[in-house]
Design a protein. Structure first.
Length: 221
């Protein structure tokens, strides 16, 4: 495996998003959290901002929808230019149909799980998704600490993916730090969302390189 780093703009300067994107141009993607104040107790940005970000970002948009009525809105984010669109299993009434609609709209289809949602229920339908996102904090706010109890869940997800023989990415989001990333990589994650760990340092470019190297070293050990 090779590690992918997706910095979360939730930790960026919202008054200068275009310049913030250029600070992380060596990342694999940029993680864009869309929150509606209902599915999670926070409100961030929406479709018009994502459309604009897609036009100015030097790297692909990894859009994470923490919203109600995902069935209605997720395909529209794919149409807006997101390279990957993640919806929450808990917020979709027809997740397989929705994943197919996202793919039809030209984006990778990903499904996210809250920390307490079992990953095993995805096993029969793993071919319908391009990525599984395991939340390693309760979704809604940045800066939280990694929930250690999610490590076995990451391992279980990796086993499901490997058994399928498919190229499904395994992303984690929440509390990712230099200390945590090696443990999560060893458990089987290959795509890492990090917010304050990247935007909270003086040199985000160097930190992205460092995090990627720490994960790749874990794969080799």
């Amino acid at each position: 495996m090779t590690a992918r780093i997706s910095p979360s703009i939730l930790a960026a300067d919202f008054a200068n998003l275009e310049s913030e994107l250029n600070r992380i141009a060596n990342a694999d993607m940029v993680h864009v959290d869309v929150m509606d104040g209902h599915f999670v107790p926070n409100l961030t940005l929406g479709l018009p901002v994502v459309k604009r970000l897609a036009k100015v970002s030097p790297i692909p948009l990894d859009v994470h929808l923490m919203i109600e009525d995902a069935d209605r809105w997720a395909p529209r984010y794919a149409e807006a230019g997101a390279r990957s669109v993640t919806f929450h299993l808990e917020a979709a009434s027809a997740p397989i149909r929705l994943a197919r609609e996202i793919r039809k709209s030209g984006a990778r289809a990903a499904v996210a799980l809250r920390p307490a949602t079992p990953v095993e229920q995805l096993a029969p339908f793993i071919d319908e998704f391009d990525m599984i996102l395991i939340m390693t904090v309760e979704p809604g706010f940045g800066g939280q600490s990694f929930i250690k109890g999610c490590i076995p869940k990451i391992q279980a997800a990796r086993q499901i993916i490997d058994a399928s023989g498919l190229d499904v990415w395994l992303e984690i989001d929440g509390g990712v730090t230099p200390k945590i990333i090696a443990e999560a990589a060893h458990a089987g994650a290959d795509t890492f969302v990090a917010g304050t760990a990247i935007f909270g340092v003086a040199d985000p470019t160097a930190e992205i390189i460092r995090l990627r190297e720490l994960a790749n070293q874990a794969y080799a050990s």
